[in-house]
Write a protein that binds this ligand. Structure first.
Ligand code: ZN
Length: 204
C-alpha cells in the first residue's frame, strides 16, 4: 500500500469516526432532554418556558452581578431607562421557530407612553424613524459608546442636543419591528452590541 493511499484511508477513517461520535452525542442529547422533560411536573410547553428562564438566570449569574436592572433599596428596579423588569435578555436564546436567535439588546415590556430616561451623559446622534426595525429611535453617543432606545411612540430630543443621565428622551411604544409595547435598550461599544446589564457606561 502506498503512503498516499494509507494517508487517504486514515483520513476517511477519521472522518467517519468523528461523524459517528457527533451522531451518538446528538442521540444522547435528544434522549436526555426527553427524559428531563418527562421528569418535570408539567407539560412540554411549560417545560420550554422553564428551560428558557433557567438558562437566562444561569447566564446572568455567570456574568456576575448586573450593573443595571438590580432591585434598589426601595424595591424599585434601578439602572434601566424604564423601571420595568427585563423580559428578554441580551445574547443567544432558544427560539421555538428559528432554533437560536441573537438579541442585540434587552427588552422591557411596559405600557405605551412610559417615559424613557437616558442612562448616560452624551449627545443625541440620532432621533427619528429607523426603517431597519427599530422604529422611532433615539441614539445617545459618548466617546464610542452608543445607547439605543427603540420602538418609541414619542421623541423628545433633537440630533446634536446635549443630554445627561436622567434626561427623558421620549416615551415607549411599539413602532418598527415589534410585537407589543416594550422598550428595546441596546448599548454598542465601538459599534459592537454588548450586554447592557453588564456594561459600565461613561460617567458610571
Ligand atoms: Zn429587543
Amino acid at each position: 500500500m502506498s503512503g498516499l493511499k494509507a494517508l487517504r484511508n486514515l483520513f476517511v477513517l477519521a472522518l467517519v469516526s468523528s461523524l459517528g461520535v457527533v451522531l451518538v452525542f446528538a442521540c444522547l442529547q435528544v434522549i436526555l432532554t426527553g427524559f428531563m422533560i418527562s421528569q418535570l411536573p408539567f407539560g412540554h410547553e411549560q417545560a420550554y418556558t422553564w428551560y428558557l428562564q433557567e438558562w437566562q438566570v444561569t447566564s446572568q449569574t455567570d456574568a456576575g452581578f448586573p450593573l443595571h436592572g438590580y432591585v434598589g433599596p426601595t424595591g424599585a428596579i434601578e439602572g434601566l431607562p424604564v423601571p420595568y423588569p427585563v423580559t428578554s435578555h441580551f445574547g443567544f436564546s432558544m427560539d421555538y421557530f428559528a432554533g437560536t436567535k441573537y438579541h442585540t439588546g434587552v427588552d422591557m415590556a411596559c405600557p405605551v407612553g412610559t417615559p424613557v430616561t437616558n442612562v448616560m451623559n452624551g449627545q443625541v446622534a440620532f432621533a427619528g424613524y429607523d426603517g431597519s426595525g427599530y422604529g422611532r429611535l433615539v441614539v445617545v453617543e459618548n466617546d464610542g459608546v452608543q445607547s439605543f432606545y427603540a420602538h418609541l411612540s414619542r421623541i423628545d430630543v433633537q440630533v446634536g442636543q446635549t443630554v445627561e443621565a436622567g434626561t427623558v428622551v421620549g416615551a415607549t411604544g411599539s413602532t418598527g419591528w415589534s410585537t407589543g409595547p416594550h422598550l428595546h435598550w441596546e448599548v454598542r461599544v465601538n459599534g459592537t452590541p454588548v450586554d447592557p446589564m453588564q456594561v459600565t457606561l461613561p460617567g458610571e
